[in-house]
Design a protein around this ligand. Structure first.
Ligand code: IMP
Length: 199
Protein backbone atom coordinates (compact mmCIF):
# COMPACT_ATOMS: atom_id res chain seq x y z
CA UNK A 1 0.00 0.00 0.00
CA UNK A 2 1.49 3.44 -0.87
CA UNK A 3 2.20 5.70 2.12
CA UNK A 4 -0.24 8.57 2.48
CA UNK A 5 -1.37 11.18 4.98
CA UNK A 6 -5.14 11.70 5.01
CA UNK A 7 -6.44 15.17 5.95
CA UNK A 8 -7.26 15.46 9.65
CA UNK A 9 -4.58 12.95 10.66
CA UNK A 10 -2.98 13.68 14.04
CA UNK A 11 0.71 14.40 13.52
CA UNK A 12 3.49 15.10 16.02
CA UNK A 13 5.74 17.91 14.85
CA UNK A 14 9.17 16.92 16.14
CA UNK A 15 10.59 20.36 16.76
CA UNK A 16 11.24 22.38 19.88
CA UNK A 17 11.90 25.55 17.85
CA UNK A 18 8.82 27.82 18.00
CA UNK A 19 9.84 29.76 14.83
CA UNK A 20 9.99 26.60 12.78
CA UNK A 21 6.81 25.15 14.31
CA UNK A 22 4.97 28.34 13.28
CA UNK A 23 6.26 28.20 9.70
CA UNK A 24 5.49 24.47 9.37
CA UNK A 25 1.94 24.99 10.63
CA UNK A 26 1.42 27.77 8.06
CA UNK A 27 2.84 25.65 5.25
CA UNK A 28 0.69 22.67 6.30
CA UNK A 29 -2.33 24.95 5.91
CA UNK A 30 -4.29 23.48 8.85
CA UNK A 31 -4.64 20.25 6.93
CA UNK A 32 -3.77 18.12 9.97
CA UNK A 33 -4.25 18.06 13.71
CA UNK A 34 -0.78 19.07 14.92
CA UNK A 35 0.78 18.51 18.32
CA UNK A 36 4.36 19.36 19.11
CA UNK A 37 6.92 16.99 20.58
CA UNK A 38 7.44 19.61 23.28
CA UNK A 39 3.74 19.58 24.26
CA UNK A 40 3.81 15.77 24.53
CA UNK A 41 6.97 15.93 26.65
CA UNK A 42 8.91 13.79 24.17
CA UNK A 43 12.69 13.72 24.64
CA UNK A 44 14.88 15.56 22.12
CA UNK A 45 17.20 13.03 20.47
CA UNK A 46 20.82 13.90 19.78
CA UNK A 47 21.38 15.04 16.21
CA UNK A 48 24.39 12.87 15.51
CA UNK A 49 24.27 12.71 11.71
CA UNK A 50 26.36 14.88 9.39
CA UNK A 51 23.54 15.59 6.92
CA UNK A 52 20.20 17.41 7.16
CA UNK A 53 18.42 14.31 5.83
CA UNK A 54 20.08 12.08 8.44
CA UNK A 55 19.14 14.36 11.34
CA UNK A 56 15.55 14.86 10.14
CA UNK A 57 15.14 11.08 10.06
CA UNK A 58 16.56 10.71 13.60
CA UNK A 59 14.06 13.26 14.94
CA UNK A 60 11.00 11.91 13.09
CA UNK A 61 11.81 8.31 14.04
CA UNK A 62 12.33 9.18 17.73
CA UNK A 63 9.03 11.10 18.00
CA UNK A 64 7.02 8.52 16.07
CA UNK A 65 8.27 5.56 18.09
CA UNK A 66 7.89 7.38 21.44
CA UNK A 67 4.38 8.73 20.75
CA UNK A 68 2.79 6.04 18.56
CA UNK A 69 1.76 8.82 16.15
CA UNK A 70 2.95 9.74 12.67
CA UNK A 71 5.76 12.27 13.15
CA UNK A 72 7.05 15.09 10.97
CA UNK A 73 10.53 16.49 11.59
CA UNK A 74 12.62 19.09 9.88
CA UNK A 75 16.32 19.70 9.97
CA UNK A 76 17.58 22.82 8.36
CA UNK A 77 20.37 25.30 8.28
CA UNK A 78 22.52 27.77 6.45
CA UNK A 79 25.49 26.67 4.35
CA UNK A 80 28.13 29.14 3.20
CA UNK A 81 30.08 28.17 0.07
CA UNK A 82 33.34 29.90 1.10
CA UNK A 83 33.19 28.14 4.49
CA UNK A 84 32.92 24.67 2.97
CA UNK A 85 29.21 24.47 3.78
CA UNK A 86 29.49 25.65 7.43
CA UNK A 87 27.64 26.26 9.67
CA UNK A 88 25.41 23.63 7.96
CA UNK A 89 24.01 21.06 10.40
CA UNK A 90 25.61 23.12 13.20
CA UNK A 91 23.57 26.27 12.35
CA UNK A 92 21.68 26.27 15.64
CA UNK A 93 24.84 25.55 17.65
CA UNK A 94 26.66 28.63 16.27
CA UNK A 95 24.12 30.72 18.18
CA UNK A 96 25.31 29.23 21.49
CA UNK A 97 23.22 28.22 24.50
CA UNK A 98 21.50 31.62 24.53
CA UNK A 99 20.31 31.09 20.93
CA UNK A 100 21.88 34.42 20.08
CA UNK A 101 21.63 34.76 16.30
CA UNK A 102 23.17 38.24 16.28
CA UNK A 103 26.26 36.44 17.60
CA UNK A 104 25.92 33.61 15.04
CA UNK A 105 25.61 36.12 12.17
CA UNK A 106 28.71 37.99 13.39
CA UNK A 107 30.57 34.67 13.51
CA UNK A 108 29.62 33.99 9.88
CA UNK A 109 30.76 37.50 8.92
CA UNK A 110 34.11 37.09 10.72
CA UNK A 111 34.82 33.67 9.23
CA UNK A 112 33.92 35.01 5.78
CA UNK A 113 36.29 37.96 6.22
CA UNK A 114 39.07 35.51 7.15
CA UNK A 115 38.68 33.82 3.75
CA UNK A 116 39.49 37.16 2.05
CA UNK A 117 37.54 35.90 -0.93
CA UNK A 118 34.76 37.48 -2.98
CA UNK A 119 32.33 34.61 -2.74
CA UNK A 120 29.38 35.40 -0.47
CA UNK A 121 27.09 32.73 -1.89
CA UNK A 122 25.11 30.63 0.55
CA UNK A 123 22.05 28.44 0.69
CA UNK A 124 19.43 27.29 3.14
CA UNK A 125 18.56 23.60 3.17
CA UNK A 126 15.52 21.97 4.72
CA UNK A 127 15.08 18.23 5.05
CA UNK A 128 11.59 17.04 5.99
CA UNK A 129 11.06 13.51 7.25
CA UNK A 130 7.81 11.73 8.03
CA UNK A 131 8.01 8.53 10.05
CA UNK A 132 5.31 6.05 10.97
CA UNK A 133 5.59 4.51 14.47
CA UNK A 134 7.84 1.47 14.22
CA UNK A 135 7.29 1.66 10.47
CA UNK A 136 8.61 3.25 7.29
CA UNK A 137 9.82 6.81 6.73
CA UNK A 138 9.93 9.24 3.82
CA UNK A 139 12.44 12.09 3.53
CA UNK A 140 12.78 15.00 1.06
CA UNK A 141 15.03 18.06 0.79
CA UNK A 142 14.51 21.64 -0.41
CA UNK A 143 17.14 24.30 -1.03
CA UNK A 144 17.14 28.04 -1.74
CA UNK A 145 20.26 29.81 -2.99
CA UNK A 146 21.30 33.37 -2.28
CA UNK A 147 24.02 35.78 -1.16
CA UNK A 148 25.03 36.89 2.31
CA UNK A 149 24.75 40.60 3.13
CA UNK A 150 26.27 42.54 6.04
CA UNK A 151 25.14 44.28 8.15
CA UNK A 152 22.00 42.17 8.75
CA UNK A 153 18.78 43.65 7.29
CA UNK A 154 15.25 43.32 8.66
CA UNK A 155 13.60 42.10 11.83
CA UNK A 156 11.22 39.46 10.47
CA UNK A 157 11.67 35.70 10.34
CA UNK A 158 14.21 34.03 12.62
CA UNK A 159 17.75 32.70 12.78
CA UNK A 160 19.98 33.82 9.91
CA UNK A 161 17.14 35.44 7.91
CA UNK A 162 18.52 39.04 8.12
CA UNK A 163 21.78 38.16 6.30
CA UNK A 164 20.25 36.01 3.54
CA UNK A 165 19.34 37.66 0.26
CA UNK A 166 17.67 35.04 -1.96
CA UNK A 167 18.81 35.15 -5.61
CA UNK A 168 16.51 37.23 -7.80
CA UNK A 169 15.13 39.29 -4.89
CA UNK A 170 16.07 42.63 -3.33
CA UNK A 171 14.84 41.94 0.20
CA UNK A 172 16.50 39.64 2.72
CA UNK A 173 14.44 36.91 4.39
CA UNK A 174 14.49 39.22 7.42
CA UNK A 175 12.80 42.00 5.42
CA UNK A 176 10.25 39.93 3.49
CA UNK A 177 6.83 39.34 4.93
CA UNK A 178 6.07 35.77 5.98
CA UNK A 179 4.02 34.96 2.88
CA UNK A 180 6.79 36.13 0.52
CA UNK A 181 9.35 33.94 2.34
CA UNK A 182 6.94 30.96 2.38
CA UNK A 183 6.56 31.26 -1.40
CA UNK A 184 10.27 30.58 -2.06
CA UNK A 185 11.81 29.14 1.10
CA UNK A 186 13.77 25.91 1.43
CA UNK A 187 11.05 24.71 3.85
CA UNK A 188 8.25 25.44 1.36
CA UNK A 189 10.15 23.70 -1.46
CA UNK A 190 10.73 20.64 0.73
CA UNK A 191 7.06 20.60 1.65
CA UNK A 192 6.04 20.73 -2.03
CA UNK A 193 8.13 17.62 -2.55
CA UNK A 194 6.59 15.96 0.50
CA UNK A 195 3.10 16.77 -0.77
CA UNK A 196 3.94 15.24 -4.13
CA UNK A 197 5.19 12.12 -2.35
CA UNK A 198 2.43 11.66 0.22
CA UNK A 199 -0.72 13.73 -0.19
P1 IMP B 1 17.79 22.67 13.55
O1 IMP B 1 17.11 22.27 12.29
O2 IMP B 1 16.87 22.64 14.73
O3 IMP B 1 19.07 21.93 13.77
O4 IMP B 1 18.18 24.21 13.46
C1 IMP B 1 18.43 24.82 12.24
C2 IMP B 1 18.93 26.23 12.42
O5 IMP B 1 19.20 26.71 11.11
C3 IMP B 1 17.93 27.19 13.01
O6 IMP B 1 18.04 27.34 14.38
C4 IMP B 1 18.32 28.49 12.30
O7 IMP B 1 19.40 29.05 12.92
C5 IMP B 1 18.80 28.03 10.95
N1 IMP B 1 17.69 28.12 9.98
C6 IMP B 1 16.98 27.12 9.45
N2 IMP B 1 16.02 27.58 8.64
C7 IMP B 1 16.12 28.91 8.69
C8 IMP B 1 15.38 29.96 8.08
O8 IMP B 1 14.39 29.78 7.35
N3 IMP B 1 15.79 31.20 8.37
C9 IMP B 1 16.84 31.48 9.18
N4 IMP B 1 17.55 30.55 9.78
C10 IMP B 1 17.20 29.27 9.54
Amino acid sequence: MPLSLPAGQKIVVATHNPGKAKELAAILDNRFELVTAGALGLPEPEETETTFVGNALIKARASADASGLVALADDSGLSVAALGGAPGVHSARWAGPEKDFALAMRKVEERLEETEGEDSSAWFTCALAVAWPNGPAVVVEGRVDGQLVFPPRGTRGFGYDPIFLPNGHDQTFGEMDAAAKDAISHRALAFEKLKAALL
